[in-house]
Ligand binder design. Sequence first.
Ligand code: FE2
Length: 185
Amino acid sequence: MTARPRRPGGRPGAGAPPGGTRAELGSGGPPAIVPEIAEAALPDDERVWVPQSPDVWFRPLLLNTVSGGWCNLLRVRRAGVLSRHRHPMVVTGYVIRGRWRYLEHDWVAETGSFVYEPPGEIHTLAVPDDCPEMITFFNISGAMIYVDEHGSTTGYEDVWTKIDMCRRHYAECGLGERYVDRYVR
Ligand SMILES: [Fe+2]
């Protein structure tokens, strides 16, 4: 298998790459390749954050309808809790701001921490009382399955429910329901 050559200077906003324009150098892939995404992860516009539950928001970055999964920033402010859930597939995360923990574990994810959540893991995310806000990048495969204290399913989220949540919020806040399309692949 041959590795695809790296696209020189292809960063949006970078202007013409050294040695020629982007068109002259080629796109680095077949004509039908879907567009890349490159933008500030932390948005200037507060409306980009989608309310999920009290004191919990997510900011979509990639909504992957092909493999089924999504990348987002999760923001939880004091007293916010992400309900007990199970992951059928792998999740990885990187803490950008603040700290948080899972009620089921004794470790704390600090700013700069990398987190791996194995398939089958069940947990409930909460921020410590002394932390006003945490923001974490999560790469979530498959779905989040919400469960009760007995492990029975109470609900789920997947890329399609996330897209629906974004559409509703962006329509209500004035960005327009199609705002989410820029993150859908
Ligand atoms: Fe999780």
